[in-house]
Design a protein around this ligand. Structure first.
Ligand code: IYR
Length: 218
């Protein structure tokens, strides 16, 4: 054990301001589906991934792996594979109730953003760890851990001034094949990263009010 040296205590006023400003910063994030082809600085992605790697996680086994895809040929392959799955999803596989829920978002099987955006970050969940001698290490709370890390990643990219889209083609095992990842790494989601396209539009949707998502029992 070592002394906790990084914690910072703020005055009540400062805490209030910090929480409110951080909330406002996060609240202006929008998921976008129209991306510019403009390149983005690689260092921003690097630091956002560092932030993701600081996430709290099960037994500190850090059960995640991130593949940053900038190569045009790989993005084209991913787009083709994702669109094939999505075509089946939108034309039969998805129950009507699911399609109805998606209607306000205006999504369909066409995923040009998978080629337009400068980077795709494929997030993989390591179902177990592998030691150099091939022995398996059990991982704990894998979904929770990778979900929190992905939240940190999205928040950092947003804070840095980039837009993201959390994309989950289903199934997405094609990511293992295209990106050459081992089978014990389960594709968790595909994060599309870049600048919004000029004249980008987003759905007119809102978040639930705080008093409807929270129950206080003081
Ligand atoms: N994966 C499909 C469908 C989809 C599902 C949900 I839940 C969304 O929030 C958005 C889309 C697609 O990407 O179109």
């Amino acid at each position: 054990m070592i002394p906790l040296s990084t914690f910072r205590e703020y005055s009540a006023t400062e805490m209030h301001t910090r929480a409110f400003e951080f909330y406002q910063e996060l609240a202006r994030r929008r998921t976008v589906r129209e991306f510019s082809t403009r390149p983005v600085p690689r260092t921003v992605i690097e630091n956002a991934l560092r932030a993701a790697g600081t996430a709290p996680n099960g037994a500190n086994l850090q059960p995640w792996h991130f593949v940053v895809v900038g190569a045009a040929e790989l993005k084209a392959q991913i787009r083709a594979a994702a669109e094939q799955e999505e075509r089946e999803f939108y034309n039969g596989r998805a129950p009507q109730e699911w399609l109805d829920a998606l209607a306000p978002l205006g999504t369909d099987e066409n995923k040009p953003f998978l080629q337009d955006a400068p980077y795709l970050i494929a997030v993989f969940a390591e179902t177990y760890g592998l030691l150099p001698d091939g022995r398996r290490v059990k991982h704990y709370y894998v979904n929770e851990s990778v979900g929190i890390a992905t939240g940190f990643l999205i928040a950092t990219l947003h804070h840095a001034g980039l837009a993201t889209l959390t994309h989950t083609p289903s199934p997405m095992n094609f990511l293992n094949q295209i990106l050459g990842r081992p089978t014990h790494e389960r594709p968790f989601l595909l994060l599309v990263v870049g600048y919004p396209a000029e004249n980008c539009h987003v759905p007119a949707i809102t978040k639930k009010a705080a008093d409807t998502i929270v129950t206080w029992m003081e």
